[in-house]
Design a protein around this ligand. Structure first.
Ligand code: ZN
Length: 244
């Protein structure tokens, strides 16, 4: 207790810059970053495509050989081709891994790149449920769902779960500690985020509309938005300390 109050006194005398460093309070222009995970052409995705093409080829040739040869008996290999095509198609459906969409994880939450200019983003502060199944790690809010396929985007899923554990721990208590590996440092590419669009949003504490972006303050942990005059001691969403 005594040690605690003496640290507090020290912080007070050292001025507001030190206070800001000790808390999660951020302004709109403070640097933010995220990892981007390519969905690209991994080996499993290429093999899946080759397998799928072979299955289609076998099935096509089999159907032709068996049914479509005008005036001739079915080709002796046609049934084998049909069988092989069907087995391949089932294998691809069961074990295939299609290339996944690029995913992003970082200060602005989790996001999926639907196309070059279209990024579906879900901020940590808006997440109200996280679910891990055998196929996907899914983050939900009332309006948005971001689903990370755990086989094709394993590193992105590992990073997202690790970030969720520090940023919104209450939402991931139901997910086992060892459900996904620790994220690897070398995986993904670090991107600098643009400052967020805040004008028009409401302060989480006072419900005041934030008219000027310079009046906005952010929780650096969950991304919640506050008006500079109404910043609470602790973030209303993730309880991170905002004021010393
Ligand atoms: Zn927060």
């Amino acid at each position: 207790m005594a040690a605690d109050s003496s640290t507090k006194r020290k912080r007070k005398t050292s001025g507001t810059a030190a206070d800001a460093r000790d808390t999660f309070l951020r302004t709109r222009s403070d640097p933010r970053q995220e990892w981007r995970y390519d969905g690209g052409s991994s080996l499993p995705a290429v093999l899946t495509m080759v397998g799928g093409s072979l299955a289609a080829l076998c099935l096509g040739a089999g159907v032709f050989g068996q049914f479509l040869r005008e005036g001739a008996a079915p080709h002796p290999y046609a049934l084998y081709l049909l069988g092989a095509g069907a087995v391949l198609a089932v294998l691809v459906a069961l074990f295939g891994q299609w290339g996944a969409l690029p995913m992003r994880v970082g200060d602005a939450g989790v996001a999926v790149e639907r196309s070059a200019g279209e990024v579906d983003r879900l901020g940590w502060c808006d997440v109200n449920a996280v679910q891990l199944t055998a196929t996907a790690l899914t983050f939900r809010s009332p309006g948005t769902v971001v689903s990370i396929p755990v086989r094709a985007q394993r590193e992105a899923a590992a990073r997202a779960l690790a970030e969720a554990r520090t940023r919104i721990p209450g939402k991931v208590t139901g997910i086992q500690e060892k459900a996904l590996p620790k994220p690897s440092e070398g995986a993904g590419r670090v991107l600098t985020l643009e400052p967020p669009q805040i004008a028009g949003l409401r302060c989480k504490a006072s419900d005041k509309v934030i008219t000027f972006e310079r009046d906005a303050r952010l929780c650096g942990r969950c991304g919640e938005v506050y008006h500079k005059d109404d910043v609470p001691r602790r973030c209303a969403t993730c309880e991170a300390p905002l004021r010393a």
